[in-house]
Design a protein around this ligand. Structure first.
Ligand code: IFM
Length: 476
């Protein structure tokens, strides 16, 4: 029996006893209850104070690219309303807020000249968060890539790793005395795959597979050089991680065969698809590309120069996982993994994503087994069709139900020995959902994009109770 299984057995017995006495609560004392957002999705202020254009500004101008021709030009106007927004975070009792920095706000040309006014914005925001006792968790890159760099070849250019490190240095040199938690990239699968392979996201390219692998390698290198830059520029101790998409496979039953099949499927690479874990995570956390991927992609592999894998494989402090759902898998003939489709009528979010709470058990558990780092759920949530009702409130029972189910599963993972340190709900407020414009509402807080009025949804009040009770309210 492996260490995790042994730990799991003890933890289950221990916690079930406590549970019956009504005291069982697996979330650790300092569990980080947070919410997240990203610069281009909330800030607006697209032309303010010297911000340069990003690839998203460009894509939003392309006819037909974004739902109803919308853009993040104004979004939630957080660039001007950050004081009010931090006040809302404080009122909810958030322990942490995961924000991202807009690269073209800091360096309008992507490299070189630093825009002091851009840094000032984040400086004020960080101070306000700390004053409100909300810890900032900062992501350096959540997709708003400087257009100027795209014109220099963007991620196809190997220099992109050095450009990224230069930008990271500028940010950390300014904020590192107060920000202690850093993430390099958000969901590289998306900005590489959606942005450069199927073209739905900025910059809207449809490149070949060899180019995609090259871009992925440069993104890995940027991560590695970014981590080095963060550590070099940070005046004190800091924790560094990344927040990839967690592609989760859920065992169809508790049988060891199904569990093994799901694990195997979760850590395998198949075909010309970016939707896997190991191509993105193994180089960073283990220092090597996965063997099955190397075999399949031999003809398209980019040049991996001596020292690249060492640069990519920097010591990290945590594993950030963005998990929204998972796919059920069982052991077929000879133990071969087989996908089990959801039954007809299975619950879906407004985005038509399946509701699969166990993803927040098996995802963290499998990632912890493989990468052996403390885990933060850096994103989880749903879009739902909610609006201010006649009573003036925003009723979003689906968000409460969804999140209760997912958090109960996360707690089960904690009880079974997985080192989960925090949970960030996506999102603090409704915002610009990329190619879907403002159609999908993911927030705990409703935003009226015409008046910019913020209304706390029922789920925000519910989350406040969850935070205040360190999760006990999930059982109420
Ligand atoms: O809004 C996005 C976010 O930017 C990245 N992760 C998924 C969210 C919902 O689609």
């Amino acid at each position: 029996m492996g260490a995790l299984e042994r730990l799991e057995k003890c933890a289950v017995v221990l916690n079930e006893n406590l549970w019956q006495k009504g005291q069982g609560m697996a979330f650790p004392k300092n569990f980080v209850w947070g919410a997240a957002a990203a610069s281009y999705q909330v800030e607006g202020g697209a032309r303010d104070d010297g911000r340069g254009p990003s690839v998203w500004d460009m894509l939003c101008r392309k006819p037909g690219a974004i739902w109803n021709g919308q853009s993040g030009d104004v979004a939630c106007d957080h660039y001007h309303r950050w004081r009010e927004d931090v006040g809302i975070m404080k009122a909810i009792g958030l322990r942490a807020y995961r924000l991202s920095i807009s690269w073209p706000r800091i360096m309008p040309d992507g490299t070189g000249q630093v825009n002091a006014k851009g840094l000032d914005f984040y400086d004020r925001l960080v101070d306000a968060l700390l004053a409100a006792k909300v810890t900032p968790f900062v992501t350096l890159f959540h997709w708003d890539y400087p257009y100027a760099l795209y014109c220099r070849g963007g991620w196809l250019n190997r220099c992109s790793a050095d450009w990224y490190a230069e930008y990271a240095t500028a940010v950390v040199a300014r904020l590192g005395d107060r920000v202690r938690h850093w993430m390099t990239h958000n969901e590289p699968q998306c900005f590489v795959g959606l942005g450069h392979y199927d073209g739905r996201h900025a910059p809207g390219d449809k490149l070949g597979w060899a180019e995609i692998l090259r871009i992925a390698h440069h993104a890995h290198l940027a991560h590695g050089k970014g981590v080095q830059a963060i550590r070099a520029a940070s005046p004190g101790k800091c924790a560094v991680g990344q927040a990839p998409v967690g592609v989760v496979k859920i065992p169809a039953s508790d049988s060891p065969r199904d569990i093994a099949a799901a694990r195997r499927e979760m850590f395998s690479v198949s075909g010309h698809s970016v939707w896997n874990n190991t191509w993105w995570m193994d180089p960073i956390f283990l220092g090597r590309y996965p063997a099955d991927g190397l075999k399949q992609y031999a003809a398209d592999m980019p040049r991996v120069e001596p020292g690249d894998m060492e640069t990519i494989h920097q010591p990290l402090d945590f594993f950030g996982a963005n998990i929204y759902n998972g796919v059920h898998v069982r052991a077929g003939k000879g133990g071969r993994p087989e996908v089990v489709p959801e039954p007809p009528g299975h619950a879906l979010t407004a985005f038509k994503w399946p509701v699969t709470p166990e993803a927040l058990y098996w995802g963290p558990r499998f990632f912890y087994e493989r990468y052996k780092l403390p885990i933060y759920i850096t994103e989880n949530g749903l879009s739902s069709n909610d609006w201010p009702a006649l009573d003036g409130r925003v009723h979003d029972p689906q968000r409460i139900d969804f999140t209760t189910r997912y958090l109960r599963e996360l707690e089960r993972a904690v009880r079974d020995g997985v080192d989960v340190r925090g949970y960030f709900h996506w999102s603090i407020m409704d915002n610009f959902e990329w190619a879907e414009g403002f159609k999908e509402r993911f927030g705990l807080v409703h935003v009226d994009y015409v008046t910019q009025k913020r209304t706390l949804k029922d789920s925000a009040y519910w989350y406040k109770r969850v935070i205040a009770t360190n999760g006990k309210a999930l059982r109420a």
